[in-house]
Design a protein around this ligand. Sequence first.
Ligand SMILES: [Zn+2]
Length: 107
Amino acid sequence: MREAIMRIKNSKARKIRSSYILEVSCAHCKGFIATYQKVGAGGLVKMYNERIIEGAIDFSQSPGAIFCPGCGERIATKYTTKPDRQEAYRLVPSAFNKRRIAPKKGS
Ligand SMILES: [Zn+2]
């Protein structure tokens, strides 16, 4: 049996207005990576740390990269956006899948 991957709440997350929620998973093993508050249309190129609600890794520790806990594949690398100097993760385009999910009740 496959072990359940933990979902760790990101203490850096803050509510983003007029956003919708994406679940990002590993393209290789389909394991859960993160839930993310996406704003606007267009593809998912990067994830701002403060918009990550929860993750399979602890984003409040600002990891230097995202590796899939299931298979070890690199999903994204941390960088600082310009010009707003936000902590974000640049996604490897072929390494992840995303799907839109409904927000949880009470959140
Ligand atoms: Zn994986």
